[in-house]
Design a protein around this ligand. Sequence first.
Ligand code: SF4
Ligand code: SF4
Ligand code: FES
Length: 237
Amino acid sequence: MTLLRVSVWRGGAQGAFREYEVPRRESQTVLDVVTHIQRHLDATLAYRYACRVGMCGSCAMTVNGAPRWTCRTHVDKVAVDGRLEVAPLRNLPPIRDLVADMREFFDKWARAKGQFKGGTTRKEDFAHVAPASGPRKLADAAIECIGCGVCHAACDVVAWNPDYLGPAALNRAWTLVNDERDTAQVERLRAVAGDAGCHSCHTHMSCTDRCPKQLSPTAGIAGLKRATLAAALRGEL
Ligand code: SF4
Ligand code: SF4
Ligand code: FES
C-alpha cells in the first residue's frame, strides 16, 4: 500500500503542523485525505465541508501553499513527492486546525454595501431587465460567486492591509452596481471608493487566477474604479 505523508495545521494562530500517513487511493481528493485523518487517525481534527461537489465553497483550505476547494482538488494534481501540506485559508484568523474564521470576510461584503436595496413594493409588477442589456451581462459575469474565500486568501493586498475590502466583496459590489433595480448606487460607490476599497487593488490577478468558478474579480474591480471616477466627476462622492 502506498502512503501519502500529510502535514496538517493543528491549533490556532500559535499552532504547528503535525504529520500523518494516509493510504493513497484512486481519484482521492484532498478532502478525502482530511476526512480519513479525522475518521481514522485523530478524531479531534476540526475542518469544514458540506456538499463535496463544488457547490458550497465551505471546504476551502490552503493546499501546498495555494488556496483551493479541497473537495475538487485531486491529490494526484497537487502532491509533491508523495507529500501534502494542508492549512486553513490565509488572510483570515484561524479558529482551530483547518477552520478559518469567515466573519471578517462577510463583514467586508456588508462594508462594500453588498446587499441589494430595492425601491418597489410587492404590489408592483416584477422589474423587467433585458437579458441582452449591457449591465445585465456585466452582472451575470460576476454573479456566480459562492463566497468561498479562495480569492481573498490569494490576495497579497489583503495580506499587507487586512482592512482592504478584497476581491470577493468588491466583486459582489460590482454585480449590484450593474443591477438596474438597485437604489443604493451612490452609497455603494462611496463605500468602495475609500482607502480600503477598489483603488487599493494592484491588479495582480491572483484572485482571478485562483477563483474555482472562473470569475474575474479583477475585471469587476477595474469596473468599480471607472464607476467611482465617473461618480467623482459628477460630484456624487
Ligand atoms: S470570487 Fe470566486 S474565489 Fe472569490 S469568493 Fe467568489 S467564488 Fe470564491
Ligand atoms: S487583482 Fe486586486 S483584488 Fe485581485 S488579488 Fe490582485 S490585488 Fe487582490
Ligand atoms: S464541500 Fe462544498 S465546495 Fe467543497
